[in-house]
Ligand binder design. Structure first.
Ligand code: SF4
Length: 263
């Protein structure tokens, strides 16, 4: 029965809240366009507004319940998790996103690269690391001997912070359980934390990235290698050697040999 509900577009509660949301949008649009066919007394209008407000609250509650269930392990695939997250408004970033940036790559990747948050390009395309930093990350991945589709790439936050500012602690706190759920499903052998925000969120520390990088740590038993974020490398090419050293460590743990020196 649950599977049938999912195929039909979510649980009955979510279908109902989708309906309320669509009805609300439709009616508001009609009113804005000066439609003559919506006849409501002031009492009727007030009741409708109250009903829609309640519907909005119910909708949020249903989504929160669905996301808590997903986070607790109630979903069986990344696709199901993504479907739940598309409705997420657990933090204000959900209001302004163009696209949720869930993550992409091999669902059974042995290595997962975790960055901090989507930027403008990522928000527009709904894909992680698509700008210049992303090109550099994919170059590093290829130099390690992988095709980008063989690994998994994700961020701590799934929605873009305005003006590309740093993630706020409360945003990280709200969103991090989703990454944790992704990692539980992927079960990688190694996580590469790209930059201080990813390292701090995964390791629960505030140590500067210059001290963390190159040193193995663990997240839920999975080895984590913190290293510099590719966008830092674009501004400080001197950091490339350190990142390449860190990737060599990753390859050693994975029992692989690098193809060539990273560039
Ligand atoms: S950033 Fe994360 S917690 Fe905030 S709305 Fe987006 S998916 Fe939800």
């Amino acid at each position: 029965m649950k599977d049938v509900d999912r195929e039909a577009g979510g649980t009955p509660a979510l279908q109902m809240t989708d309906f309320i949301r669509d009805l609300k949008q439709y009616l508001l649009q009609m009113v804005q366009e000066g439609a003559k066919t919506v006849y409501l007394s002031s009492e009727g209008k007030e009741s409708l507004e109250r009903f829609l407000q309640k519907g909005g609250e119910l909708s949020r509650r249903a989504v929160e319940q669905e996301s808590s269930r997903a986070i607790r392990g109630g979903v069986r695939s990344l696709r199901e998790l993504e479907e739940v997250m598309r409705k997420c408004h657990k933090c204000p970033l959900g209001e302004d996103r163009l696209n949720l940036v869930f993550g992409e790559g091999n669902e059974e990747a042995e290595v997962v690269f975790v960055g901090e948050a989507p930027g403008a390009d990522e928000d527009e395309q709904g894909r992680p690391f698509v700008g210049r930093a992303g090109q550099l990350l994919r170059k590093i991945i290829r130099a390690m001997g992988y095709e980008p589709e063989e690994v998994y790439i994700a961020n701590i936050l799934k929605c873009r912070p305005p003006m590309n500012r740093d993630p706020l602690p409360e945003e990280t706190e709200r969103c991090f359980p989703y990454l944790s759920a992704q990692l539980k499903l992927i079960k990688p052998k190694v996580i590469v934390a790209l930059g201080k925000h990813a390292a701090h969120a995964l390791l629960g520390v505030k140590t500067p990235i210059t001290k963390l990088r190159g040193n193995w740590a663990r997240f839920q038993g999975i080895p984590v290698m913190p290293t510099f974020h590719p966008s830092y490398l674009l501004r400080n090419m001197g950091g490339k050697k350190e990142v390449w050293d860190d990737m060599q460590e990753v390859l050693k743990v994975l029992g692989r040999t690098p193809k060539k020196h990273g560039s």
